[in-house]
Design a binder for this molecule. Structure first.
Ligand code: SF4
Length: 400
């Protein structure tokens, strides 16, 4: 494992801001609307944790930072500046570090955006979700489509030249034509990056209950979802965005470096309530209990609250599961270096079958059928990726 975990490698930092104005109907993220009065105490806790993490893991070189949520754009300029100061004090933030902040279009102002930019944030990821006000209201978003447009204008005015728009499809009652119109409107705003996620109905959410009760419009059926996928592929390609992951599309060179760290299973520090980290082979997962986090944020026991340092088998499967999400596929050479086995020797039957079915791209194999560099799924393979992963898991469990 040393090759990716050595001290000389850069790391990434994720900072979770679990504060929101109101819970969206579909949301099962760790976000707590009732905790807004403790925002300042939370930022103090995050800064304390950053210092504790640096004391624990050492002064690392940081290549990407991602402030996610929740709603990081609820932070005041001063609060963000405290976090950035703590990061710079404790770590070597590389001069070209990608520093992303997630934002809700209902929480922005030109002054605040300019202050974020001045603090070093150089990528903004806006949770637009839909450009249809009826659908936005149906899923409980606090903003309108017009506010999303205004958010993009404000971000450009504040100097952000790297923007992502998060969009969701498969919403209650949504038709393919409505999705097409949202996607066209989003593309017209000229973002560098688009994330197009299919709604996942999570148990315990308001939307899940509404769907079960039949008190909201029905979810689109499989045919409609397939049509929406086809619309996404067509419109993004026409507009010059290349798909580089199951749900992500970017203009050349504008792929999200931070998310690629997750998909490549590279090391990252997780800071904040409910954050996860994966450092030096050590996994940890912070409490989702907001009050508990405020107490434990700089406690070594908290930093070390390992969710279990995964077995080699689990790590190998995770590497494949994450890597195959990317259009460029998983890094077969690094897999072999880190685990001492070739991926095709871990999953020989599945890989042979998937290659025969045209789900794995044979072009990355050499004449002897050995995947020396990357193993990637074909477009058809990406569509049925869950089935591919189930077969891999079953083969691994049987000791393949
Ligand atoms: S803004 Fe995001 S994190 Fe907050 S409730 Fe809505 S979906 Fe959840």
């Amino acid at each position: 494992m040393e090759s990716v975990l050595g001290m000389n490698h850069t790391v990434s930092v994720y900072i979770h801001i679990p504060l929101c104005i109101k819970k969206c109907a579909y949301c099962d993220f760790a976000s707590y609307p009732g905790r807004l009065p403790q925002q300042d105490a939370y930022i103090d806790a995050v800064c304390r944790e950053i210092r504790a993490q640096a004391a624990f893991f050492g002064r690392r070189r940081v290549a990407t930072v991602f402030l996610g949520g929740g709603t990081p754009t609820l932070l005041t300029a001063e609060q963000l500046s405290r976090i950035m100061d703590a990061l710079r004090e404790c770590f070597d933030l590389l001069p070209d570090a990608e520093i992303t902040m997630e934002g809700n279009p209902g929480t922005l102002s030109p002054d605040r955006l300019a202050a974020y930019r001045a603090s070093g944030v150089n990528r903004l990821s806006l949770g637009v979700q839909s450009m249809d006000d009826g659908l936005l209201a149906a899923i409980g978003r606090i903003h309108t489509a017009e506010q999303a447009e205004e958010a993009v204008r404000m971000a450009r005015g504040a100097g952000f030249d790297n923007l992502n728009l998060d969009l969701m499809y498969g919403l209650p009652g949504q038709t393919p034509a409505q999705w097409e119109s949202t996607l066209r409107a989003a593309i017209a705003l000229g973002p560098e990056h688009l994330s197009c996620y299919s709604l996942i109905l999570e148990e315990g959410t308001l939307l899940h209950r509404q769907v079960e009760e039949g008190s909201c419009a029905p979810l689109p059926d499989e045919d409609a979802l397939d049509e929406m996928d086809a619309i996404t592929a067509r419109l993004t390609a026409q507009a010059g965005y290349a798909q580089y992951e199951v749900s992500n599309y970017a203009r050349p060179g504008r792929e999200c470096r931070h998310n690629i760290v997750y998909w490549e299973c590279l090391p990252y520090l997780g800071v904040g309530c409910a954050a996860h980290g994966d450092m030096d082979g050590r996994r940890y997962e912070h409490t989702v209990d907001f009050a508990q986090y405020l107490e434990d944020c700089d406690d070594a026991a908290c930093l070390n609250s390992a969710e279990g340092n995964n077995t080699l088998e689990e790590r190998m499967f995770e590497r494949a599961m994450m890597g195959l999400r990317m259009v460029r596929g998983m890094d077969a050479a690094r897999f072999e270096r880190d685990f001492g086995r070739r991926a095709q020797d871990v999953w020989p039957r599945t890989m042979e079958k998937m290659t025969r079915m045209g789900l794995i791209d044979p072009q990355t194999a050499d004449d002897a059928g050995v995947y020396n560099e990357r193993i990637r799924l074909t477009p058809r393979g990406m569509q049925v990726m869950n089935g591919v992963l189930v077969e891999m898991m079953e083969e691994q469990e049987k000791g393949g």
